[in-house]
Structure formats: structure tokens, C-alpha cells
Design a protein around this ligand. Structure first.
Ligand SMILES: NC(=O)c1ccc[n+]([C@@H]2O[C@H](COP(=O)([O-])OP(=O)(O)OC[C@H]3O[C@@H](n4cnc5c(N)ncnc54)[C@H](OP(=O)(O)O)[C@@H]3O)[C@@H](O)[C@H]2O)c1
Length: 250
């Protein structure tokens, strides 16, 4: 890829987003990052702080991106938050926060960028999750938010056929980040030290896989082992067998 390209990554202060900034910076891209904190990591050449659950911040972030950097060659809508609570203990205000970031932020940022495209091609990669593909206890709200953004992206992919614009979807399995520590619990606070260990792919491996996905023509990319991909096929073909095996897992 030529060295003059520019990427905008949301949720770039840590985890997968920071790994993406590092990876693309190493490839010679200009990296523009966004998250709530005022200062970005060194992997972001330009930092645009924004709380992407807020409409005014989303508008301001897109304005700042276009004014201070310019049109992005690639946008990775990665910022997201977990939620771990039984459905009966899920407060509506917390479900709204999860959907505001995991669903409305990518949808609205894409709409805002598309409105400013002026004939330029828009290439968006949305970071969903394999949690969008099957149900798990205590993850109903998170999974529903990722399922919503997944089907939205699939629909937009149909709308954009034959246009210069592209949307792609990546569905990571487990990536070793602090996402569980940051996940909201039933009282709306982050789990912090109550979080269980969360070990899987490294962020470097996930970042390389997202870059490969962005270079490919394929719409949807599952970032997980062949065993997990096979389990998802089993879920679609024979859900009762899938869930009976899942329930036996410790
Ligand atoms: N790690 C996994 O195993 C895994 C698996 C499947 C899917 N995913 C998805 O991958 C994406 C990244 O996850 P991760 O593991 O890297 O999570 P993470 O380590 O918790 O990072 C989340 C990022 O989002 C930012 N963020 C949180 N709230 C925000 C807000 N209101 N406005 C703007 N930015 C906000 C955070 O920065 P600030 O705190 O500074 O705002 C941080 O940069 C998420 O969409 C997640 O659902 C992760």
C-alpha cells in the first residue's frame, strides 16, 4: 500500500484500536485516532478526542478529521464497550449506553462521512464480534448490539453495490485486551478487578488480520480459529446441537 494513505480509527487509545494504529503507522500510513481521553497514544499521528455516544461529539470529530487531516482512505469503526449482566438485571440506561457506542456510533459516523464524501470513495471497516452470531448468558445486550451493527453493515453493503463506497465487517473472537475490565456490570460500573481473564489473539495478530481484511474483496471476516468458525457453521445448521455442546463447556 502506498505510504501516503490515511486511516481513522475509533477506540484507538488502547486494545485492538491502538494495535491497529501501531500496525498502520509501521506501514507508513498517517494514523488518526479517536477515543474519549484527551491525549492519544504515540501510535496516533493525530488525536481527535470524542465521546462517540454523543451526537455533538460525532459531528465535531468528523469535522476535525476532515479539517485537520483530510479524507481518510480507510475508516475502522472499532470503539466498543462490553456489558456483562443477566437480562433481568440489565438497566435500560446501560443498554442505551451499549447501543449508543456499539450500534449508533458506527451507523452515524458512516452517515456523516458519506454525506461529506463529494465523489470520494468511502471505505469503512466495522468491528463487530462473533458474539453477534450466537447467544450467551449474561451477554444478551452486548450480543444484540453487535448483531444489530452486523445486519446494518450487511444491508449497507447491498445498498453500496455499484457505488465507489465499500463497507466490510470483522468479527473478532477473543483478543487479549482489557475489554472485560472495561465492560459494564449490572450496576453500570466497569467490572475492573471482578473481570475474568480474557486471553486470546494478540492485538498485533488482530491488527494484521484487519489489514488483510481491508485489502480483500470479501465483505465479512471472522478473526478466530478454524474450530470457532466451524462452531458458527454448526450454530447455523443445527442450533440445538450447538447449544447443547455450549452448555457442556465449563
Ligand atoms: N477484545 C475482544 O476479545 C473482542 C472480541 C470481539 C469484538 N471486540 C470488539 O473490538 C472492539 C475493540 O475492543 P477492545 O478489546 O480493543 O476494547 P478495549 O480495550 O476496551 O478498548 C475500547 C476502546 O474504545 C474506546 N471507547 C470506549 N468508550 C468510548 C466512547 N464513548 N467514545 C469513544 N471511544 C470510546 C476506549 O477508549 P477511551 O476509554 O479512552 O474512550 C478504547 O480505546 C470493540 O468494538 C469490541 O466490541 C473485541
Amino acid at each position: 500500500m502506498p505510504s501516503t494513505q490515511r486511516i481513522w480509527i475509533t477506540g484507538a487509545s488502547e486494545g485492538i484500536g491502538r494495535g491497529l494504529a501501531k500496525h498502520f503507522q509501521t506501514l507508513g500510513w498517517q494514523t488518526v485516532g479517536t477515543a474519549r481521553r484527551d491525549q492519544g497514544p504515540p501510535e496516533a499521528d493525530l488525536w481527535i478526542p470524542a465521546d462517540l455516544t454523543r451526537e455533538s461529539d460525532r459531528v465535531r470529530a468528523v469535522d476535525a478529521l476532515l479539517d485537520r487531516a483530510g479524507w481518510p482512505d480507510l475508516v475502522v469503526l472499532n470503539a466498543g464497550v462490553g456489558h456483562l449482566a443477566p437480562s433481568a438485571e440489565t438497566r435500560p440506561e446501560d443498554a442505551e449506553r451499549v447501543f449508543a457506542l456499539n450500534y449508533f456510533a458506527p451507523v452515524e459516523l458512516t452517515r456523516l462521512l458519506h454525506a461529506r464524501s463529494e465523489g470520494r470513495a468511502l471505505h469503512v471497516v466495522v468491528v463487530s464480534s462473533i458474539a453477534a452470531r450466537f447467544g450467551q448468558k449474561n451477554l444478551a445486550t452486548y450480543s444484540a448490539s453487535k448483531a444489530a451493527v452486523t445486519l446494518w453493515a450487511e444491508s449497507l453493503n447491498e445498498e453500496w453495490q455499484g457505488t465507489p463506497h465499500r463497507i466490510q465487517l470483522v468479527l473478532p473472537g477473543v483478543v487479549s485486551t482489557d475489554i472485560m475490565r472495561h465492560s459494564m456490570s449490572s450496576d453500570g460500573t466497569p467490572l475492573g478487578d471482578r473481570a475474568q481473564a480474557h486471553q486470546g489473539w494478540t492485538v498485533d495478530r488482530a491488527a494484521r488480520a484487519v489489514e488483510r481484511a481491508a485489502r480483500s474483496r470479501r465483505f465479512s471476516h471472522i478473526l478466530a480459529s478454524p474450530g470457532v468458525r466451524l462452531a458458527l457453521i454448526l450454530h447455523d445448521l443445527c442450533p440445538s446441537l450447538f447449544y447443547s455442546l455450549l452448555r457442556r463447556k465449563p
